[in-house]
Design a protein around this ligand. Structure first.
Ligand code: PEP
Ligand code: MN
Length: 362
């Protein structure tokens, strides 16, 4: 199959579902048949080799599971995909007749491993999906696409699964949406699938993250689905039963990326108003920095430090306490105040040390 063409020709979102790990023939067949019955799922996923953080975790059933996955796909009339992490996996998956491969986040991070996979794939035309590396490094993700492309593997798709983070209160892997957005800008012809399961790490977040993916115009979703999620051998907390997956999908709103000309005009008018407001914001920021220069001149005259800890803490706390009144998050207010303060220090430093080049200071 040609995956890029299939995704582009399907109604959005292109849906991939199936268990985190293939456990036994009955489990994968049960989920495959349920997914097929629904009619909207376009591909069955199933992990055969699982790169796990700790050595005593379940690391996948291995080659023995490949025919279980392939057979389930045939029975359900769905193409199947699995993760490969080295050349042995590639050879076994190709031999077993897997339709699509994906490179996992823990593999994309390693250029030698990606190169080994690219070399093993030379001469084939199998589609490959590349998950983002676990660390938020756009170039490393792009590098993996380049390695495959150089090996003649051109049917490539991206999967965004979030980025590793220590002890985050909400996500298992933080989405950093700006990175997949930047990938789409750099590689506009590569379709991109959102993997809400690994971003969320927990069921109750799946709807919100899936909707966000659609709102950002992702081409599809990959969601882990298990007949009995609580007993799953890997990623139990984030998997859904097929029925719950269908319920989630029914709640998603698919928005259109383009507008009819009336809506476009209406949006244009709102955007014009926003632009006028942005003009005011920047005029005010500029005036504010001129005032900082005045403060810098006075501080220089009296030979006092630019930074006055107590005064700054007072100013910042005042705005943080008003975050709710402004209808802004404390996080945003904090970032805004820090940015204004840094820029103000830069202006004052220029007054005090005119020879110092601080034009690129942050
Ligand atoms: C998976 O898809 O089950 C998986 C292990 O994904 P990731 O590489 O995103 O961690
Ligand atoms: Mn998983």
């Amino acid at each position: 199959m040609n995956l890029q063409e299939t995704i582009n020709a399907s109604t959005k979102p292109f849906l991939i579902a199936g268990p985190c790990s293939v456990e036994n023939p009955a489990q994968v067949l049960e989920v495959a048949l349920a997914l097929a019955e629904y009619g909207k799922i376009k591909m069955l996923r199933g992990g055969i080799w699982k790169p796990r953080t700790r050595p005593d975790s379940f690391e996948g059933v291995g080659v023995i599971g490949l025919p279980w996955l392939v057979e389930a796909g045939k029975e359900a009339n769905l193409p199947v995909c699995t993760e490969i992490a080295n050349k042995n996996h590639v050879e076994a998956a190709l031999k077993a007749g897997v339709d699509v491969l994906w490179i996992g986040a823990r593999t994309t991070v390693n250029p030698f491993a990606v190169q080994e996979i690219a070399d093993a794939l030379k001469g084939t035309s199998i589609p490959v999906m590349i998950k983002n590396p676990i660390n938020p490094d756009l170039e490393l993700w792009i590098g993996a696409f380049e390695r495959l492309d150089k090996a003649g593997i051109s049917d490539l798709t991206a999967i965004h699964r979030g980025f590793s983070v220590y002890n985050h209160p909400k996500y298992r892997n933080v989405p950093n949406w700006e990175i997949p957005i930047a990938l789409c800008e750099r590689m506009p012809n590569i379709p991109i699938i959102c993997d809400p399961s690994h971003i969320s790490g927990r069921r109750d977040l799946l709807l919100e993250v899936s909707q966000k993916g659609l709102d950002l115009n992702f081409d599809g979703l990959m969601i882990e689905t298990h007949p009995n999620p609580d007993t799953a051998w890997s990623d139990a907390a984030q998997q859904l039963t097929p029925d719950n997956l269908f319920r989630l999908l029914e709640q998603l709103v698919q928005r259109s990326p383009s507008l009819d000309k009336y809506t476009e005009k209406e949006l244009e008018e709102i955007r014009d108003k926003i632009s006028v407001l942005d003009d005011r914001v920047f005029d005010l920021l500029s005036a504010r920095m001129n005032m900082s220069v005045n403060a810098g001149e006075l501080k220089m005259k009296h030979n006092i430090t630019i930074f006055q800890q107590e005064h700054w803490a007072k100013m910042k706390n005042k705005r943080l306490n008003m975050a709710d009144d402004y209808n802004l998050t404390p996080f945003f207010v904090q970032q805004m105040m820090d940015a204004i303060h840094q820029e103000s220090i830069r202006h004052q430093t220029k007054v005090m040390n005119p020879k110092q080049d601080n034009s690129s200071d942050k």
